[in-house]
Design a protein around this ligand. Structure first.
Ligand code: GDD
Ligand code: MG
Length: 366
């Protein structure tokens, strides 16, 4: 059995990071997210995946090019124009064998055992089985009402607050019979959540399976940062020999530097004297942390630079971005690729700075 992984979306809620890096390639503990997806599918007994690509496909294809996945196959179905979550599945049809398939939203990090959901699906007469998870606020998800034997009564994508009747939502993980692919129109945009699932529900052929395992959609700065911290802490995705203190040998660590686990420091990083890299941070390749600078609970993409005395807390620093002397970046702020936060700026409250933007010294303060 193969999976179709939907990785063609623009990742607009994770901008400005996703202007340069597709959501599937954002790092968790210095491994691209898609790696966790492949591991999840392989652990679920699947033999391969078709990546349904659209927006920024090249970095994903380059990543897998020349990689040995030990028998797990990867194919690419690339869209010329966005086909949506159903169209993206249809577009992958040529790489499938005509049997049942698993479909996964390419931005969900899950610790569940996929094999159980596949088994449940096979035992039923449904055309599709949706994995559900319980969340506090269903309004950002697909709300799913089920009856006592897990038949779906209602599928409501992105319910308004006054439409919320349950905490159970679509986890973005499905098992589909081949008949479902036949229902999807070819060559045009369509949504599995808004078109196909409501139709299957009305036909009484849509079932659900509730998972209580770890689950997170990494599609917003808050959830991505939480997922990063969870992976660093070994809450999810921890293989054997998990090391809370993952510091590359080639990293240069100066005098009096504190590196507090759980942490990941990629090769080529330079941590200058007195710097603190606090718990639950991950530093991509070739990052520089200046003297006495502090980084805590943050993700730094490759080549990010934090100048002496600067403080970065609970934020996301894009590739090659620079935080100037004594500047403060905190509160879920997100810096796009190559942008520069000049000396003494204070960024807080989820500020997002677009790629390449240069903030002159002291120009921004909260
Ligand atoms: N190939 C392709 N083409 N993929 C797409 C397209 C497209 O046009 N549009 C979106 N995708 C991919 C995204 O890259 C993402 O991996 C996945 O489809 C879901 O899109 P999101 O934009 O992340 O959707 P969402 O998070 O708002 O909602 C979806 O996921 C929730 C769970 O996280 C829905 O499926 C909800 O019902 C669900 O609860
Ligand atoms: Mg999503």
């Amino acid at each position: 059995m193969k999976a179709v992984v939907l990785v063609g979306g623009q990742g607009s809620r994770l901008r400005p990071i996703t202007y340069d890096v597709p959501k599937a390639m954002v790092p968790l503990r210095n491994r691209p997210f898609i790696d966790f997806m492949v591991e999840f599918l392989r652990a679920g007994g699947l033999e391969g995946a078709v990546l349904s690509l659209g927006y920024l496909p090249d970095p994903i294809q380059e990543y897998f090019g020349g990689r040995d996945l030990h028998g797990f196959s990867i194919d690419y179905a690339v869209e010329d124009q966005a086909l949506g979550t159903a169209g993206g599945i249809k577009n992958a049809e040529d790489y499938l064998d005509g049997g049942p398939i698993v479909v996964v939203n390419g931005d969900v990090l899950s610790g569940m055992d996929l094999r159980v959901a596949i088994e449940r699906h096979k035992e039923s007469d449904s055309l599709a089985t949706i994995v559900l998870i319980s969340v506090e606020d269903p309004t950002a998800y697909g709300l799913v009402e089920v009856d006592h034997d897990m038949l779906v009564h209602r599928f409501l994508e992105k319910p308004a607050a006054d439409e919320v009747t349950t905490n159970l939502v679509n986890a973005g993980i499905y098992v589909l019979e081949p008949e479902v692919l036949e229902m999807i129109p070819a060559g045009r945009e369509s949504s599995i959540e808004r078109e196909i699932f409501p139709y299957l529900q009305a036909e009484g052929r849509l079932r659900a399976y509730v998972s209580s395992s770890y689950w997170k959609d990494i599609g917003t700065p808050r959830s991505y940062l939480t997922a990063s911290q969870d992976v660093l802490s070994g809450v999810v995705g921890a293989g054997k020999d998990f090391d809370f203190l993952q510091v590359a040998e080639s990293a240069e660590i100066g005098k009096g530097v504190k590196v507090l686990p759980p942490v990941s420091v990629a090769p080529g990083c330079i941590l200058e004297s007195g710097a603190t890299v606090g718990g639950r941070s991950s530093l991509g390749r070739g990052c520089r942390i200046g003297a006495n600078a502090v980084v805590e609970g943050s993700v730094l993409f490759d080549g990010a630079e934090i100048e002496p005395g600067a403080v970065v807390r609970g934020s996301i620093i894009g590739p090659g971005a620079r935080v100037g002397h004594d500047a403060i970046v905190r509160g879920l702020s997100v810096l796009g690729a190559r942008c520069v936060v000049g000396e003494g700026n204070i960024l807080d409250q989820g500020v997002r700075i677009n790629p390449g933007v240069v903030l002159p010294p002291g120009s921004m303060s909260f």
